[in-house]
Design a protein around this ligand. Structure first.
Ligand code: EPZ
Length: 450
């Protein structure tokens, strides 16, 4: 009788098991070859939700195959959208007939970006009803700036039974000047969406300047909106009566590109990263060059080479164009490979250090003091079973596995697949010893019904 084991526990044909997925990485191999970056998740999400505001057929290209996009499609379909796949990364989204009451609350809790429906529904219907958002746990993630801006535009806000309901007084929002106390990507997006069809002009002072804010403004302008200044510290939106459908291609994912840049720098070797906008990567390139990594910019690619030792450095995350907070965990892994003491300070979230305990299980020497990680680098990491505690922390565990001695198993990989399109296949194609494994989980077994 062949006996299978999982976690050292024998499996039996008399039991049925739930299955768990994990990523297994065996470290020590340099990365060589080229990788193609997918469309940017954090640009695709606001643009997908903006199709509710547009209210007619749009064709969106370069959409990444990631779980957050799939959940967003599920939410829009529950509201009545017709979504058709035209190719692996191109979808036709038709939001002509929509019902804002239709979505099940638990769907909203699966991801944070669903709250972009507040701006889209208000701009389209003069009212909105959205479940409280979920998203990665970095401590308190309030939405006070969103609410402040939507109220300033004439929205009356009610929080009831886990929903946020907003009515535009008189049925249509009215443009005004809005100053953000905090630079917020989400709040900038929501106010842009709500203001596009408001009566009069809206000026957003102190907005987020990320490339995905510019991408959303470009998409909305292609649909007939009148937005200027996106990407600067002042955005002006002149209200229009209605929008029309369009065809639009999402920008490449600068965080996926940065993740592969750090993977190549950490593992060593030479990797060409295709389908990028080098300007979006400037803060990451600058830090890697400080550490002795060679980065060569080309028109729509960067080539990353590292063969010698890494130098220690200090990093602080900031809103764009600063070093991105979504590159924080990946950068800590790289710092752990540089001899000496390096520092990484988190400048955006109150607590983004939950991944440090997982790295310590691999032998990393890291102390956290307030918002700063003090990394004593130079000792090799050792492979170990670790888990993804959030999207970017999960991919950082994979990078740690690439450089560790021995085998690393990463579980909770659903969090990684929320934001990375085929990360295992892309790494395999540049020489990583990595695989995605599905195994029965003996801790979730039920007697097989006879
Ligand atoms: C977006 O989150 C991204 N998510 C995050 O990426 C990213 O980390 C973040 O922007 C910063 O770049 C998506 O685009 C779906 P914020 P968002 O509003 O919009 C505080 C990933 O890994 N704040 O810019 O939620 C907030 O607590 C994810 O892809 C308020 O205080 O971020 C945080 O400390 C993780 N009040 C800071 O601002 C508010 O009303 C920045 O948050 C809103 C935000």
């Amino acid at each position: 009788m062949i006996r299978y084991y999982a976690k050292g526990i024998p499996l039996s044909a008399d039991w049925q098991y739930k299955y768990m997925e994990k990523i297994v990485v065996r470290g020590g191999k340099p990365l060589l070859g080229s990788v193609e970056i997918s469309g940017m998740k954090n640009a695709a999400l606001p643009i997908i939700y903006a199709t509710v505001l547009v209210g007619s057929k749009c064709v969106i290209e370069n959409i990444p195959s990631v779980r957050d996009v799939a959940i967003s499609f599920e939410i829009l379909r529950e509201m009545g959208a017709k979504i058709r796949m035209l190719s692996r990364d191109t979808y036709e989204i038709d939001c002509t007939h929509m019902d804002i009451e239709g979505v099940s609350p638990e769907l909203f809790r699966k991801m944070r970006a669903s709250y972009y429906l507040l701006g889209s529904e208000l701009g389209r219907f003069g009212r909105a009803k959205v479940g409280f958002p979920g998203g990665c746990d970095f401590g308190e993630r309030p939405i006070d700036q969103h609410i402040k801006g939507l109220q300033a535009l004439g929205g009356t806000v009610e929080l009831e039974n886990g929903n946020i309901s907003i009515e535009a007084e008189g049925g249509r929002l009215v443009g005004t000047n809005i100053f953000f106390d905090i630079v917020s990507v989400g709040a900038t997006i929501n106010i842009m969406l709500a203001a596009v069809t408001a009566a009069g002009t809206t000026v957003i002072d102190n907005p987020a300047r990320e490339p995905h804010i510019v991408d959303l403004a470009n998409f909305l302008n292609t649909c007939g909106a009148n937005i200027s200044g996106a990407g600067t510290d002042m955005i002006r939106i002149k209200g229009v009566e209605r929008l029309h459908g369009c065809t639009y291609a999402i920008i490449p994912d600068m965080i996926e590109a940065g993740t592969f840049m750090i993977a190549a720098a950490a593992a060593g070797g030479c990797v060409r990263i295709d389908n990028v906008i080098p300007k979006h990567l400037e803060s990451i390139t600058a830090k890697l060059e400080e550490m002795g990594v060679e980065v060569e910019d080309q028109d729509d690619a960067v080539v990353v080479r590292r063969s010698g030792p890494l130098s220690r450095t200090s990093v602080k995350t900031h809103p764009y164009p600063g070093f991105p907070t979504d590159m924080h965990p990946q950068m800590t892994v790289l710092l752990s490979q540089a001899a000496g003491v390096s520092y990484l300070t988190e400048g955006v979230y109150e607590n983004r250090f939950r991944y440090v305990d997982e790295l310590r299980r691999m032998g990393a020497s890291i102390k956290v003091d307030g918002r700063t990680a003090i990394v004593e680098g130079g000792e090799p990491l050792r492979g170990a079973p670790v888990k993804a505690v959030d999207l970017r922390a999960g991919v950082a565990m994979i990078i740690a596995g690439l450089v560790a001695v021995g085998e690393t198993e990463v579980t909770e990989i659903g969090l990684i697949e929320r934001g990375y399109d085929d990360i295992v296949g892309k790494l395999q194609r540049i020489g990583a010893d990595i695989e995605r494994v599905v195994i029965p989980d003996p801790e979730q077994a039920l007697p097989r019904a006879n």
